[in-house]
Structures are given as C-alpha cells and as structure tokens.
Design a protein around this ligand. Structure first.
Ligand SMILES: [Mn+2]
Length: 256
C-alpha cells in the first residue's frame, strides 16, 4: 500500500480543481490507501460556511476517492487553518493537528505544514499567534461571510507585500527547529510543505539519519510525494526525485 502527500495547491478557482482531478486520476489505479493534504489546499478559507464554488467541487472530488477506498486526511496550512470538521465530513476527511506523527513502514513520520517553523520571519509569527487564537477565531467566524471576505482580501494583500520584501532565508523553515522537532518526536521522516521548495534532504539528528521531504506547490504544475515500503518518490513539475527509507528495519518486528 502507498500513501500520497500533497500540499500548497492554493485552490481559488475551478481551474485549480481541474488540475487536482487530472492529477488524482493518474494515481487512481495505484494501490493507494491514504491521501494526506498538508495544508494550503485552498488559497483562503473563511469558515466551513464558505460557499466558494471550488469548495463544493473539491468536496465532490474527494468524496469520489473516498468511495474508491482512499482515506483522506487534512492538516491545516496558514491559508486554510479555519477549515474544520463540518467541511471534512462532506467527504469523510480526518482532521490532523500540526504536528502529527503517523506510522508508515514501521517508521515514525512527522507531519507539519511548515509555517510555524519559519522562525526568522518574526512579523509573520506575531500575526500567526493572533490568527490561531481561539477567541479571535470565534469572533472572526461570527462575522457575516461578506465581512470575512473583505478582511481576507486585505490580509492577502498585506501578506503579498510582506513576502516580496523578505529575503529567501527568512521565508524558509528554520533547520535547527526541524532538527529539534524530529528529535522530540523521535521521527525517522519529516514531511512538510509551505516553503514551495520541493526537495528530499537527509538531516543528521544526533547521529541518526532523518529524511526531510519538502512538498512542492501547484502554481504551475501538480506536485506530490508517494511513499511505499520501497521508499519515496517526489514529483514537482519536471523534477522527479527518489530515495529509500533513511533506516531500513533489519528484520520485521524489530521496532516497538
Ligand atoms: Mn503555507
């Protein structure tokens, strides 16, 4: 069985749903058991009552794959952190907290979106604290949809201006923080998105090899990571990378 990981689709129109549908169709006959969406599925999410046409189309598409036998998991990103169980129920999706640890091939795989780890961007981290505050979220969700749309448009404009003024290093995840997380969760593999820098890195965590897989965005072409017992295959546009598990269990049942 394999698991499929995607993130950073930033869907805001039906054309984005078409790209997703076409990409999933190429995987339909593969022995996939689980689809993991690691955040920023949507460009913006204003609450589960958001009636954007793309939201309906995505729910319908995922429901088709649920009926096909896939389990679908969603870990929120910085654009769609308000996406909740009411929406996920429409296709039987499961909400995962950030961070989450899953087990694949008898190894521990740590899943995050990646925005919380961009520590050098202190301005963003301050905004993030406000946006993730439950009281702020309750107050925001209580506003009419039109008011929430207005707020989101202004916030996106600010974010664009901020992003274009920052250096590439500031916008990347802090590697020391990733090492700390991998160590704290005893992870063998770490998978994240957000930075739009698809790659497979090997980290040294206290003498242990930990694979860091970074998912690509869908701005120009689909990007996905497929994981099975043989290893990892990352596709992002023309890029295709493969690697094996960082530590191959020497015998079955050796771990835990
Ligand atoms: Mn993001």
């Amino acid at each position: 069985m394999s698991a499929l990981f995607i993130s950073d689709l930033h869907i805001d129109a039906l054309s984005g749903v078409d790209m997703l549908a076409q990409s999933l169709r190429t995987q339909r006959d593969a022995p996939i058991s689980d689809l993991y969406i690691l955040g920023d599925l949507f460009e913006a999410w204003l609450g589960d009552d958001d009636d954007q046409p793309a939201a309906h189309a995505v729910a319908k598409l995922f429901d088709e794959y649920r009926q096909h036998g896939w389990r679908i998991h969603f870990l929120p990103g910085n654009r769609d952190f308000l996406l909740g169980s009411d929406y996920l129920e429409r296709f039987g999706g499961r909400l995962l907290p950030d961070p989450s640890v899953i087990e694949l091939n008898n190894q521990r795989v740590l899943l995050i979106h990646g925005d919380r780890e961009c520590l050098a961007d202190t301005q963003y981290q301050t905004v993030r604290q406000q946006l993730r505050n439950p009281a702020w979220q309750r107050q925001f969700l209580a506003q009419p949809l039109a008011a929430r749309r207005q707020f989101a448009a202004a916030a996106r404009q600010q974010s664009r201006e901020h992003t274009s003024s920052q250096s590439a290093t500031i916008m990347d995840a802090d590697v020391d923080e990733l090492l700390r997380l991998a160590d704290a969760h005893a992870a063998d593999v770490l998978i994240h998105g957000h930075t739009h820098r698809p790659a497979l890195h090997v980290l040294d965590v206290g003498g242990r090899s930990v694979l860091r897989a970074v998912l690509g965005d869908w701005h120009r072409a689909p990007s996905w990571l497929r994981v099975d017992e043989d290893g990892f295959k990352l596709v992002a546009g023309q890029i295709e990378l493969r690697c094996r598990w960082p530590t191959q269990p020497s015998a079955q049942g050796n771990r835990g």
